[in-house]
Design a protein around this ligand. Structure first.
Ligand code: ZN
Length: 496
């Protein structure tokens, strides 16, 4: 069986274009070594499936049987990455091919690299496919929702092993360059099949790669070659536009640099982008303004629940200058009437989530104004999802959410299914501890619907989750979409 499955995997490599035909024997031999096997029997694989998930499953079962690995998801993921690396070209070859394709067009290069990142199983297509995705109409446009199910849950064996594992500071984090080719450990993912494209951003060495969990089309990560903390400053805007100039079909944005309103990794300077147009990018400007000394830049308030200023112009240098000016003003801006405080007790609160893109021949820089102040009533943050929505979303509103894609916790998949069953059968929601937290919320929307059946109940719940997410975004807006909120927004614009 081993020979047959190795042959299937090599065939997968060749048919996907990952492995050249002339490396058939070489690749076969590398794989034999991994399985501690010194002989090979050439058998027919006619009619056999070349689905990667099936082939890897059989190979991993074999590795468990042979006692090469323990039978648990974490060890299987570490081992199948090593297996896949036998098929993937070395980094220099990939960089060379990428550069050649870039000569034809940036899109040709990213198309090649995105397909490679999936064929190599660095992006596990069959797991990403499990994610739940839907869209919901909102007063601000079509909002995207995803429940991410592709991150594997840790198993007890791995948790126990991780507890006893030596603490290691190599690589320093999952965004460091040193991950390329790293074998991984129980508490760090294997990246042997990972290949990074080196790029120059703001005259320094950066890396370009895709997110292994791809929340949206061609979800990429652009990261500093050095393990250095996130910081929003003028240079951030320069970096964003350096990348957008290299890959004009991609947008690029940054998480804010303060806790509560920032992303999950603040310790390593990085951005996220991709080939996708979010609702925020499509949202029109409500009103435009002229800023003194920047008469050549179009500035407007975006019709969006978060407080976003959009700068537009043909010369990206002018957007960088104005962006830096606005950031500088915002950092130190206080408007007590609007409950915006630049700092309390020396702790700074104001920051920006910036997004850069090119639309035809015009550059755009969206600046979402953020503030991370906490109050007695809102201990997790005033401009953060309020407690009444925590049954759906409690986590930070980072860059991806700001743009209009809700990334919801995996627990919701099961909870929504149980809730649907309870609603259709008219059972008491508070009687089940898994969905008890949704009882109050369900009461608020059920009366809106006339006949609820097992056919339409999930559509209803999905729609209501989308409505909650829209409210979550409204909570994150420092200026509300009300007359009073817009007046306060304009007070800030008037000091620019
Ligand atoms: Zn790092």
């Amino acid at each position: 069986m081993l020979s047959k499955n190795i042959k299937r995997l090599v065939e997968y490599g060749i048919s996907s274009g990952l492995t050249p035909e002339c490396e058939r024997l070489y690749t076969t031999n590398l794989l034999l070594e991994l399985f501690c096997e010194d002989s090979y029997e050439d058998t027919s694989i006619e009619g056999e499936s070349l689905e990667l998930e099936d082939i890897l499953k059989e190979l991993l079962d074999e590795a468990c049987e042979r006692g090469i690995i323990e039978d648990s998801i974490v060890y299987r993921d570490l081992f199948d990455t090593k297996v896949m690396n036998c098929l993937v070209p070395r980094p220099a070859q990939i960089q060379e091919t990428f550069a050649k394709k870039y000569e034809v067009s940036p899109k040709e290069a990213t198309d090649y690299y995105y397909k490679l990142s999936q064929d190599s199983d660095y992006i596990r297509r069959y797991r990403v496919k499990k994610d739940r995705k839907w869209t919901v109409d909102s007063p601000y446009g079509v909002i995207d929702i995803t429940i991410n199910l592709s991150k594997p849950e840790k198993d007890p064996k791995a948790i126990a092993a991780a507890k006893n594992a030596k603490t290691s500071s190599y690589p320093k984090c999952q965004l460091c360059m040193e991950n390329e080719g790293y074998a991984g450990r129980v508490n760090h993912p294997a990246r042997e099949n990972h290949r990074i494209i080196p790029i120059t951003v703001n005259d320094s060495a950066w890396g370009f790669q895709y997110s292994p969990y791809v929340y949206y089309n061609e979800h990429c990560i652009v990261f500093n070659g050095q393990h250095t903390p996130m910081k929003i400053e003028k240079a951030t805007f320069m970096k964003l536009f350096d990348f957008v100039k290299l890959f004009p079909h991609y947008f690029l944005g940054s998480n804010a640099d303060l806790p509560i309103v920032g992303g999950s990794i603040l310790s390593h300077d990085h951005f996220q982008g991709g080939n996708y147009t979010f609702a925020m990018a499509k949202a029109p400007m409500e009103e435009t303004f002229t800023i003194k000394d920047f008469e050549d830049v179009e500035v407007g308030i975006v019709h969006w629940p978060l407080s976003v200023l959009r700068l537009r112009g043909k010369d990206e240098q002018r957007l960088i200058e104005l962006g830096a000016h606005i950031l500088d003003k915002w950092r130190s801006y206080t408007d007590e009437e609007a409950f915006i405080f630049a700092e309390t007790d020396g702790e700074p609160h104001n920051t920006i989530t910036p997004i850069a893109r090119k639309v035809e021949d015009t550059f755009e820089l969206d600046l979402a104004l953020r503030n991370n102040i906490t109050t007695e009533e809102h201990p997790l943050g005033l401009y953060h999802p309020h407690a009444q929505w925590h049954n759906i979303k409690k986590e930070n509103i980072g860059l991806i959410e700001v743009m209009g894609l809700a990334v919801l916790p995996a627990r919701l998949k099961e909870e929504m299914e149980i809730l649907a069953e309870y609603i259709v059968e008219g059972k008491d929601i508070t009687s089940n501890e898994k969905i008890e937290k949704h009882a109050e919320w369900t009461k608020t929307f059920l009366p809106k619907y006339e006949s609820i059946t097992s056919e339409n109940v999930m559509d209803m719940i999905q729609k209501e989750v989308g409505i909650v997410f829209t409210h979550v975004l409204e909570d994150a807006g420092v200026y509300k979409c009300t007359e009073e909120g817009r007046e306060a927004f304009k007070r800030f614009i008037s000091v620019l």
